[in-house]
Design a protein around this ligand. Structure first.
Ligand code: DX5
Ligand code: ZN
Length: 231
């Protein structure tokens, strides 16, 4: 079945939210028809930055009913899953790079009732997914080195996404492809055309003084451009 623009999920990353107005901005995103919220949990060990933990998801749950997507950039993931599941994470992605027991983790996420994803850093080859791919709901391709918002998109990520999409059609699997890092209205179209289903964007969505209606509208227009007939 052919995809349409409305099948593509926009997932603003709250790392770039206005912290003094997080609840307000999240309810506005819900009014604007955004589908998911992306939560970047960073522990200062796996990545060189500290952000927030499961308590933040819990607080935001009081402000909206959106799908909560947790991206765990933490060293001791196994010890953290329970609290993110309890806080209402409906999808959880864990990095392949620091997980000797990826298969077990993925199944803990699924048994907890959430969608399970595996994240690959820019330098991590797709082959690490070979034996876990059938178990995954989604794969997150990092298009920047994780740790900070507002970085420049690494152009080779596009070929990586194309290869993953090829692998998906060759195997007949139906995991979703998510992209995260440096995504903007100007590159989102080609990413979606390459096979991306879930678009994470932080600094492109939270870009004061532009209102969220304008930045979300621009991201949506970029997504729609992927479906326009090229002449
Ligand atoms: C990076 C995070 C991203 C980040 C994206 O470590 O995983 O989700 O917030 O921010 P932008 O869209 O500004 O690159
Ligand atoms: Zn992220």
């Amino acid at each position: 079945m052919n995809r349409t623009a409305s099948d593509v999920i926009l997932a603003p990353s709250l790392l770039s939210v206005d912290w003094t107005r997080a609840g307000e901005q999240v309810s506005e995103l819900e009014r604007l028809g955004v589908e998911w919220l992306h939560f970047d949990a960073m522990d200062g060990h796996f990545v060189p930055n500290l952000s927030f933990g499961a308590l933040f998801l819990k607080a935001m749950r009081r402000a909206c009913n959106l799908h909560f997507d947790a991206h765990l950039m933490v060293a001791n993931v196994a010890d953290r899953l329970e609290e993110f599941l309890e806080a209402g994470a409906q999808s959880i992605s864990v990095h392949a790079e620091n997980q000797p027991h990826l298969h077990r983790l993925v199944h803990t996420v699924k048994d907890g009732g959430a969608m399970a994803g595996v994240v690959l850093n820019p330098a991590t080859p797709l082959e690490v997914l070979d034996w876990i791919l059938p178990d995954l709901d989604y794969v997150l391709i990092m298009s920047v080195n994780p740790g900070f918002g507002g970085q420049k998109f690494l152009p080779f990520s596009l070929s990586k996404i194309e290869q993953l999409a090829r692998k998906r059609s060759e195997t007949g699997l139906n995991f979703k492809i998510q992209v995260d890092g440096g995504v903007s209205p100007s590159n989102v179209g080609e990413l979606v055309r390459a096979g991306v289903d879930i678009v994470v964007a932080g600094s492109a969505v939270f870009a004061p003084p532009k209102p969220l209606s304008e930045t979300v509208g621009a991201m949506r227009a970029g997504i729609e451009s992927a479906f326009q007939i090229q002449v």
